[in-house]
Design a protein around this ligand. Sequence first.
Ligand SMILES: O=C(O)CCC(=O)C(=O)O
Ligand SMILES: [Fe+2]
Length: 291
Amino acid sequence: MSSTAPQTITPELRQWIVAQAEAGCRPDDVLAAMKASGWDEDVAIEAMEITLRQRLDELHPRPPDPLLPVQPGKPLPEPRLEGRTVLSLKDGHRVRVLTTMKHPRVVVFGGLLTDAECETLMSQAKPRLLRSETVQNETGGSEVNDSRTSDGMFFERGETPLIDRVEKRIAELLHWPLDHGEGLQVLRYRPGAEYKPHHDYFDPVHSGTPRILERGGQRVGTLVVYLNTPEGGGATTFPDVGLEVAPVRGNAVFFSYDRPHVSTKTLHGGAPVTAGEKWVATKWLREGVFV
Ligand SMILES: O=C(O)CCC(=O)C(=O)O
Ligand SMILES: [Fe+2]
């Protein structure tokens, strides 16, 4: 190679650089070898950088930029409101539309569950409540965490006739297949308990996320149903937009997120309960079948 010849990164050179790196050669030695065979130092450094970056991208593809609309028109759970203030469901149940917001996408429903349904869910959940855990980012497992001081439990999908009825109602309301939903989670917050602001999607930067995504892909929507009306506190807050949803028995707040990114403005939390208890049932919706 002569230093005056055009110095392009040929496939052979690329293979050679990758082979040196993968054999454990120090970059300085690779550079020295390239210089000895006529490469200009700056050009050689650039060739190495470009080649090795390309190789890393091949080995570890980067997740798509969450700010780009990766899947334009990606389907999301979404109620068909069409200007209505009351939605009549197949089981004869009527749900009121109390508040809607475009960005973040938030819809507050009134009367999603009856008082009796709320009572039954609370009493069925109560004996199984344990201190809530949050996702452990590194492993994808779960752990007890100060940011979430509630007690919780999960029902299996379709575990009881009531759960089945509620899940079918949610699937119809949000136009999202029943089998894309996680099992219903019930949480109890005692006085002082809270759930600090968080996102419900799994952050792609965490090493434990791929394992979690094996069971149905990303979460794309959340429905929090209030099973009682706490005497004080306990609103569901959306700090990015200053929205607070009052916890009222039977009502529910739905929000969706088309990508696992803060730009969805779906940061939310359960404000501390100041008096009495707060009980909620959460349904998380995945992009695929949750197994
Ligand atoms: O308790 C609330 O208001 C919010 C619950 C919540 O964020 C969740 O279950 O993911
Ligand atoms: Fe949440």
